[in-house]
Design a protein around this ligand. Structure first.
Ligand code: SF4
Length: 365
């Protein structure tokens, strides 16, 4: 277990996959949109290995001038670029403001120090109960199951998290499991990260199996961006694991724009819902990505159409390096009002802010 994606070699040899164009069913019907040729993979780890890590390559793929890449290199030094090719295929070529590109392309803005923005904006470090285990809210705990992700979101609130101090093997989880076992008030464990679905199935099975043996636990919640980034990850074995555990599983995906919900992502979400797994979505309100009513309404409607409930719209956590994504809370509240006027109540997410040390999230609207 551990930083799986980071340990993988940079690129798969071309003989490891079949090259073909995936014609994604894009939510964007703009005539300017042209899909990019991407490989189809035989397994999800191949898609992880083949993710783009080089700003030059990303800019070539989306047809942007090299100056964007040279600006990205410095910003990527501390938090490297990492983006799967099937996600890049959903971007609009030659559009530096594309909402999907904006989420992954490092910018010089990240290097600007802004007052009020810090490495640990939500108090994760003070909530650490034992290595890998965070306790903030009553009745549930969060396990940072791995530091690896299928994508590096530039606004990530854990971009400075000390993942290297967490457990790296099943044996090293013993202390955290002991803490969970000794606290009879706990009902739910949230598997987070990083992204818990970056763990190999065998590791996940072992971890969930150990949790299921703790009698007072009722639910296991999985926070993941894998179904959006690498939909091949939703395998029959993973579905069997989620369906087979004694614990009630809940999967919370993370999509910020309707165009992320395209092509094989649609099938992956259908596999989860057809298996009876409740699906929720959390988004972050991001400047230039989803901070207008059309983008947000289309995202919520698309989620509902795919049987995913819009759960949270997060106010940006004020993490150092992400200030350029911030949208004011007053604008966010106006957007929620507009959503309420357009959509049925179940399609409107709760707009929330997390504050370090608070006993719950604050509902803004
Ligand atoms: S997938 Fe989640 S944990 Fe990983 S970089 Fe994105 S926001 Fe952060």
């Amino acid at each position: 277990m551990g930083d799986y994606a980071f340990r993988l070699s940079n690129r798969l040899a071309p003989w490891g996959m079949r090259m073909m164009t995936i014609m994604e069913t894009s939510a964007d019907s703009s005539p300017a949109f042209r899909p990019i040729a991407v490989p189809r993979y035989d397994s999800w780890p191949e898609a992880v290995k083949d993710a783009v890590r080089d700003p030059d390559e990303l800019c070539r793929l989306v047809n942007l001038p090299p100056r964007y890449a040279s600006r990205a290199v410095k910003a990527a030094r501390d938090f490297p670029l990492f983006a799967p090719r099937s996600y890049i295929a959903r971007m609009r070529p030659a559009d530096a403001g594309d909402p999907l590109l904006r989420q992954v392309l490092p910018l010089e803005d990240e290097l600007v120090q802004r007052e009020g923005f810090s490495p640990d904006p939500v108090g994760d470090r003070t909530a650490i109960l034992s290595p890998g285990l965070l306790h903030k809210y009553r009745s549930r705990v969060l396990m940072v199951a791995t530091g690896a992700c299928a994508v590096h979101c530039r606004y990530c609130f854990r971009r400075h998290f000390p993942y290297d101090q967490g457990p790296r093997s099943m044996g090293e989880w013993a202390r955290a499991l002991g803490e969970i076992e000794s606290d009879g008030t706990l009902r739910e464990v949230i598997l987070s990260g990083g992204d818990p679905l970056m763990l190999a199935d065998a590791h996940l099975e072992e971890l969930v199996g150990r949790l299921a043996k703790i009698a007072h636990l009722r639910r296991v919640r999985v926070h993941t961006r894998l179904p959006i980034m690498i939909p091949e990850r939703i395998t029959p074995r993973l579905l069997a694991l989620l369906r087979g555990t004694r614990l009630t599983p809940i999967v919370v995906i993370h999509a910020n724009h309707a165009r992320e919900l395209a092509g094989s992502v649609v099938d992956a979400l259908a596999r989860l819902t057809d298996a009876g797994i409740p699906l929720l979505n959390q988004s972050v309100l991001l400047r230039g990505v989803n901070d207008d009513i059309e983008a947000l309404a289309e995202l919520c409607e698309r989620l509902v159409d795919l049987r995913v409930m819009p759960y949270y719209l997060h106010q940006l956590d004020r993490v150092a390096g992400a200030a350029h994504f911030e949208v004011s809370e007053s604008h966010g509240c106006r957007l929620i009002e507009q959503l309420r006027a357009r959509l049925p109540g179940y399609a409107v997410p709760r707009y929330v802010r997390e504050t370090a040390g608070a006993t719950s999230k604050l509902i803004l609207a």
